[in-house]
Design a protein around this ligand. Sequence first.
Ligand SMILES: CC(C)(COP(=O)(O)OP(=O)(O)OC[C@H]1O[C@@H](n2cnc3c(N)ncnc32)[C@H](O)[C@@H]1OP(=O)(O)O)[C@@H](O)C(=O)NCCC(=O)NCCS
Length: 165
Amino acid sequence: MHPESCLTPKATDEGKIDTLSGKSILGDKWQYKELLLLADPEEQAVNKYLDDGEMFILSVDDLVVGEAVVKEIDSTTCELMNIAVLPEHQKHGYATQMLSHLASTFSGRYQKMLVGTAEPLIAFYERAGFHVDHVRANFFVDNYSEPVIENGVTYRDMTVLCRSL
Ligand SMILES: CC(C)(COP(=O)(O)OP(=O)(O)OC[C@H]1O[C@@H](n2cnc3c(N)ncnc32)[C@H](O)[C@@H]1OP(=O)(O)O)[C@@H](O)C(=O)NCCC(=O)NCCS
């Protein structure tokens, strides 16, 4: 597992310099339940990857504002299973910064990183170096007990993006 590692200090919107840290969580990952369920609405679905996944948190001035979970798929491939930033801290570039941190953290261990998502976030991941790889047909229908609905759209297929590490 990785020890705590610091990211480059970043100017916030307020012009203040915050030190961001990417920290690997070895203890109770469900303490970040609010964040985990922002990205994945069902606890059962999260439990399928949380034990095996490696969790990172992003804290700003000791406040945890974001998290990400990455799981090994095979010896060459890992998958970003969950990434979230608290609503009041979104659009400050934190998720983009976490993606960059994860890419450099895992580049020595795997050749590529996958992430599965739905249509609205494809462009966000493409800007971070991912490209569309394949579609998991009916993923949201088959893996959730309730329909997954965002902004009035019911999700059916998952788009899987990939980036080289
Ligand atoms: C997606 C998420 C992690 C992005 O975090 P963030 O720190 O705000 O991301 P950044 O500031 O680095 O980048 C912001 C970009 O995210 C994209 N984005 C975020 N939410 C979006 C949404 N619902 N629809 C479309 N684009 C979205 C936009 O491109 C935005 O860029 P903009 O500010 O120019 O519009 C955050 O919105 C979140 O936690 N959402 C809820 C959980 C979630 O959906 N996780 C991903 C599951 S695949």
